[in-house]
Design a protein around this ligand. Structure first.
Ligand code: FAD
Length: 377
C-alpha cells in the first residue's frame, strides 16, 4: 500500500510538494483552511530572482539557483498538464547601482562562475538607457540579470493544485487543522474540523501560521512550536498599458514587475506587525514615491489595486525544511520568507525526497528544523 500523507496548508509549498509526492505514488490529502493560494502565495509578486535577496554565494543562493534552474521545466510540465497559462516571462531584471563602489563590485560579479549562466551584465550610461529607457536619468549604471524569470503566482498555485488533483491528490478547502497527533514519538495524523484524520506522514506547510501548531517530541513532555512569524508585505499595482517597462526593476527597497496582463506590480513592504491584515495609506505613498524615483513615468500611471500578505519568516530568515527531530513521520516545509515562489520547485523536490526516504538530502542540511531545537534529552 503506498504511504498516506496529510499536507497542512494549501499554499504554493503545500500544493507543489503534494504534486511531487503524488507523482511518486503517495496517497496525498491537502488540508487548507481557506482556499489554495489564498494567502502569501496569491499575494506575492512572482519574481523569480536568485540574486534578488542574496548576491553572495552560500547555501541559500545554491538553493535559490537550483530552484531557478528547475523553473522552465516545471512551467512547461504544469502548462501541458493543466492547459493553463501561468504568464511565465524571462526578460531580465535591472538592479540599479548608485555609485563607484557598487559598480566596481558588480563588475567583479561578472567573473563569477554563475554570471554566464544567469546572464549577468553591467550596463552604464547610454547602454543602460537603450535597454530600459524608462529608468530615471540619475541612475548611472545597473546590474542586468538576463535570466531572471517572473510568473503569475496566483495562476501558478492554481496550476500546481490542479495538476496535483489530476494525480489523485485530495484537496480539502475550508478545513482547519487544530492539532498534530503524535503518539510514542511517531506522528499519527491530525485533528481537522474536530475529526481525527490518520496518515503515515504529515507535512507542515502552513506558511506564516506554521508556528501555531504545537508538537511534542519523544522524550519531552512539553509541546514545541516552530519559531515562525508573519512578516507583512503590502504591494500595489499600476497600469503598464501602454507599456512603460519591459524588464523587472529591483531597487533597494522596492521592486517593479511588469506582467503580460498590462499590470505593473510595485512591492513590497517588510513589516513585523503580526497578522494585521491592513493596507495603509503611508505604505502605498512610500512604495509609489520609491517606484517614481526609479521610474518617473510611474507617477502618471493609475493605481489599480493594493493588497497585503503574510510571509512566513524564521529568526535567521532562512527556510525550515526537513524532518521534525524526534517525531517519526513529521516533516516541515516553511519560512520561505521573501522567496517562497522562487523556492517552490526545489522545496517540493527535496522535501518530497525527504518524506519518501525518511531522511534529508544533503542540500537541506543548512535548513533543517533541528537548528531551532535543542537535542532530545
Ligand atoms: C507582498 C508579497 C510579495 C512577495 N513576492 C515574492 C516574489 O516576488 N517572489 C517570491 O519568490 N516570493 C515572494 N513572496 C513570498 C512568498 O509569497 C511566500 O514565501 C510563499 O508564498 C509562502 O508559501 P507558503 O505555501 O509557505 O505559505 P502560504 O501561501 O501563506 O500558504 C499557507 C497556507 O496554509 C493555510 N493554513 C494555515 N494554517 C492552517 C491550518 N491550521 N489548517 C489548514 N490550513 C492552514 C493558510 O490558509 C495558507 O493558505 C512575497 C510575499 C508577499 C506577501
Amino acid at each position: 500500500m503506498p504511504p498516506s500523507i496529510l499536507v497542512v496548508g494549501g499554499g504554493i509549498i503545500g500544493c507543489a510538494t503534494a504534486y511531487e509526492l503524488a507523482k511518486a505514488g503517495c496517497r496525498v490529502t491537502v488540508l487548507e483552511r481557506n482556499t489554495p493560494g489564498g494567502e502569501a502565495s496569491g499575494a506575492a509578486a512572482g519574481l523569480l530572482a536568485p540574486l534578488g535577496e542574496s548576491r553572495e554565494p552560500g547555501p541559500f543562493q545554491t538553493l535559490a539557483v537550483e530552484s531557478w534552474r528547475l523553473y522552465p521545466k516545471v512551467v512547461e510540465e504544469l502548462e501541458a498538464v493543466t492547459g493553463m497559462n501561468v504568464q511565465y516571462v524571462t526578460a531580465g531584471t535591472v538592479y540599479p547601482l548608485l555609485g563607484g563602489p557598487e559598480i566596481e563590485a558588480a563588475r567583479e560579479r561578472m567573473t563569477w562562475p554563475l554570471a554566464r549562466e544567469l546572464g549577468v551584465e553591467v550596463l552604464e550610461g547610454a547602454r543602460l538607457r537603450e535597454r530600459e529607457p524608462a529608468l530615471a536619468d540619475d541612475i548611472p549604471a545597473a546590474l542586468f540579470v538576463q535570466g531572471d524569470h517572473w510568473v503569475n503566482n496566483e495562476r501558478l498555485v492554481a496550476a500546481y493544485a490542479q495538476a496535483a488533483a489530476g494525480r489523485g491528490v485530495v484537496i480539502r478547502s475550508g478545513v482547519e487543522v487544530s492539532e498534530i497527533l503524535v503518539e510514542a514519538g511517531r506522528v499519527r495524523g491530525v485533528v481537522a474540523g474536530g475529526a481525527r484524520l490518520e496518515a503515515d506522514a504529515v507535512l507542515l506547510a502552513a506558511g506564516a501560521w506554521s508556528g501555531q501548531l504545537m508538537v511534542s517530541r519523544r522524550g519531552t513532555s512539553r509541546g514545541e512550536r516552530l519559531p515562525v512569524e508573519p512578516v507583512r508585505g503590502q504591494i500595489l499595482c499600476v497600469s503598464n498599458s501602454p507599456p512603460l517597462l519591459g524588464h523587472a526593476v529591483h531597487g533597494r527597497s522596492v521592486y517593479l514587475v511588469p506582467r503580460p496582463s498590462g499590470e505593473l506590480l510595485v512591492g513590497a513592504t517588510v513589516e513585523h506587525v503580526g497578522f494585521a491584515r491592513e493596507v495603509t495609506d503611508e505604505a502605498i505613498e512610500r512604495l509609489i514615491d520609491e517606484a517614481v524615483s526609479l521610474v518617473p513615468g510611474i507617477g502618471a500611471r493609475a493605481l489599480l489595486s493594493s493588497w497585503c500578505g503574510f510571509r512566513p519568516w524564521a529568526p535567521d530568515s532562512l527556510p525550515i525544511l526537513g524532518p521534525w527531530p524526534g517525531v517519526d513521520g513529521l516533516f516541515v516545509a516553511t519560512a520561505h520568507f521573501r522567496n517562497g515562489i522562487l523556492l517552490a520547485p526545489i522545496t517540493a523536490h527535496l522535501v518530497g525526497q525527504c518524506v519518501l526516504a525518511g531522511r534529508a538530502p544533503a542540500l537541506l542540511g543548512p535548513f533543517l528544523p533541528d537548528r531551532f531545537f535543542p537535542a532530545t534529552p
